[in-house]
Structure formats: C-alpha cells, structure tokens
Design a protein around this ligand. Structure first.
Ligand code: GLA
Length: 373
C-alpha cells in the first residue's frame, strides 16, 4: 500500500467512496427503458483527493500493481488512452461539459471491487470520484445527476455504450436492500431484502467480461432495430400480451431479443413483489427463468457461465441463480438461505472449478474480511 502522503507529500482534503453493485434481476433491460433490481455489495472503491493550484490532474491507483500506477493529464485536454485513467478523464470531461469549472487535483484510488467480474468496478470508481470532486469543490450534484454524469463518461469518453443501471446502483443502492429502478424516467423505490431468509451470493466464473466489447453493442443494436421495426421508442413499451402477435411478424432473432426484454421486465416486477413479501422461493424461480431467457433468447451466456449457474441451481441451499451483468463471462448471482450462503457459495465454486470447465471460480459475495469497509 502506498499512502496519499507517500504519493503526494501531504494528506488529502476529502475522501469519498462508492460500493460495487450486484444486479439481482433485470438484465439488458436498462438500455431498453426497462426495470432493473440491483443491490450494493460490500466491496467498494475509495478516492482521496486534494486540489492543485493549476489544471493538472495526477492520479495514483493502488490497484494496478507495477503497471503505471500514476497517471496524469491536463483538464480540458482529456484524451482516451485505453487504460483505467480514462474513467477519471471521462468524469472530469463530463463535469466540464455540464458547466462545472474544475481546477486540478491529486487523487489516490483504492478498490476492493474486482475488475472484469461484472460487479461495476468502473461505475464504483466514477461515482466515488464524482463524490470526492463534489465534496472538494462544493458542487451541486445530487445522486441521480452523479449517475448520469458517470454514464456520460462511459458513453462519450470511454466508448462503452452502457446503460444507467450501474452508476445508479453505485450511487443509490445500499446493502440489505435492492433498488427497483425504472430506467425510463429514473424513478426508483427501495425494496428491503428479506435478510432473515436469504442472502445474495456472487461468484466469479474466472472468465473476464468486457463491456466495451462488440457483443454488448451488438445486442443493443438488435434491440434498437427491433424497436424501430415495431415503431416503439423502446422495447419497454411492449408487454407479454404483445408477444404472440410479434412472433408471427418478426424475424426469429429479433423476436427472441424482444421476448427476453419483455419477459425480463415482467420478472423484475414480480421479483420485487416476491422479495417484499419474503417469498424467496418465487424470487429464486424468477432468477432461474431470467437465466434461461438470457441464455436462449438473448444469447449472452457462455458454456462456463451456464455450467456455474447449473451447479448453483442444483445446490440444496440455493433458491435460484443466473448470470449477472452484461454476460459473455463475469459472475453469477444466486439467492441462498441466509445461514448457509457462504458455505453454499464455496461448495458451488469448488464444484465448478473441479468440473473440468478449465476455469477457477471465486466467491465474491458474501465477502470475507478485507473486502469490506
Ligand atoms: C452492463 C451495463 C449495464 C447493463 C448490463 C446488462 O453491466 O453496464 O448498463 O446494460 O450490462 O444488464
């Protein structure tokens, strides 16, 4: 560990942090104007900050090891370099574009959110940074604007066409509750999780995913094509009663993409109701159905993730499981019996790693000491 003082000579003036997120259900719905249900995980990213008298930004990251931990640039001259500093550059450019005038700063970043696992390490960094900059300069930025600025950083600067779920979750979700978010108008409601009954589990498949990758953007393009074909602004506007009619008129691939979005939106609302009622069994079945839809209709799973989900679904202490995040690797989410969650997660990871898939799974949630704030 290298302290802020060791990096920059004197202590920081502000410290802020943001947690990673785990999406319980509602996958590939956020860029279709639909519903999502993420929760916060114990792992977090912390940013320490101190102003500089000039326009220079210097950032030290504790998490990149020997590989260029210090990066710098000039405010107003942000330019992508395809590295972690792009998330910082994207945030300062987004803040400037909406009219905030910044001066330079020194920052130190440390994070326990794993990168490439589908738990929003980038959004956690961006949200923590906006919070730190907001505190340092006294900016009038609320939690929703924070999320919007972070999405803009990803979309316009980093070049990842991600939706609003991850920054909204990192900005607004808390542990022990899920954020039922309507991505059409950003209205949200907090769903208290029945933590006397169940606990969320996240297990990394050992296969890294990339949002900036072409597969994610290809799915977005298919959804946009389907919406255009159906003359709706977003697939969110359709519901399950429309599906028989659409099946008869749409090309098969676009129909299946549409069916995933429509049924997933319905599942999110049903899962929120089930969780509020403490009905872990129904919530678990909805996760299982979500996975089948992501695998068969939306085609964002991979064999290793299917294998990990199958092992989880077969575990006696698990109510349901599915891939979480963008897919094509990353992590799975499961709902497990609260007292058995860590043991179940370890069993599942061990069985998957032994099963000949060629990858090693890691339990991320429940977190163990060292990952939590
Ligand atoms: C990624 C994106 C999110 C969302 C999910 C899929 O995590 O960052 O905006 O689209 O994929 O649900």
């Amino acid at each position: 560990m290298t302290s802020f003082v060791e990096c920059f000579g004197s202590p920081p003036t502000v410290t802020a942090q943001a947690h990673g997120r785990l999406n319980l259900i509602g996958e590939h719905t956020d860029y279709n104007g639909g519903f999502v249900l993420p929760t916060a995980i114990p792992q977090y990213t912390r940013v320490e900050l101190r102003a500089r008298p000039d326009a220079r930004v210097r950032v030290f990251s504790e998490n990149v090891g020997e590989h260029a931990p210090m990066a710098e640039y000039e405010l107003g001259s942000e330019a992508p370099v395809s590295d972690w500093i792009d998330y910082v550059q994207g945030v300062t450019q987004s803040l400037s574009r909406v009219g905030f005038r910044l001066i330079g700063f020194e920052a130190r970043v440390e994070s326990t959110v794993p990168v490439g696992s589908g738990l929003s390490s980038s959004a956690a960094l961006e949200v923590a940074l906006v919070r730190a900059i907001k505190a340092l300069f006294g900016l009038a930025v609320d939690d929703v604007l924070t999320a919007q600025l972070c999405q803009r950083a990803e979309n316009e600067f980093v070049g990842a066409r991600v939706g609003i779920m991850d920054p909204m979750a990192c900005s607004l979700a808390a542990e022990g509750e899920a954020l039922l978010l309507d991505t059409r108008d950003l209205a949200y409601r907090r769903i208290v999780l029945p933590t006397a009954v169940l606990a969320p589990v996240a297990i990394d498949s050992g296969i890294a995913h990339r949002n900036a990758g072409g597969d994610y953007n290809a799915r977005r393009a298919e959804c946009e094509a389907a919406a255009a074909m159906l003359s709706v602004k977003a697939l969110r506007e359709l519901n399950e009663a429309d599906l028989p009619r659409l099946k008869a008129t749409m090309p098969d691939t676009l129909f299946r993409r549409t069916r995933h979005v429509v049924t997933e939106n319905a599942r999110v609302l049903r899962a929120a109701t089930a969780l509020e009622a403490g009905d872990a069994v129904t919530a678990g079945h909805l996760l299982d159905a979500s996975h089948a839809s992501l695998r068969d209709d939306f085609e964002v799973s991979i064999p290793e993730i299917d294998a990990l989900v199958a092992v989880a679904q077969a575990h006696p202490d698990v109510f349901g499981a599915r891939l979480t995040g963008g897919g094509f690797g990353g992590s799975i989410v499961a709902l497990a019996h609260v007292e058995k969650a860590l043991g179940a997660a370890r069993d599942i990871a061990a069985e998957y790693s032994r099963s000949g898939v060629g990858a090693t799974a890691t339990v991320l949630v429940p977190a163990t000491a060292g990952d939590t704030s």
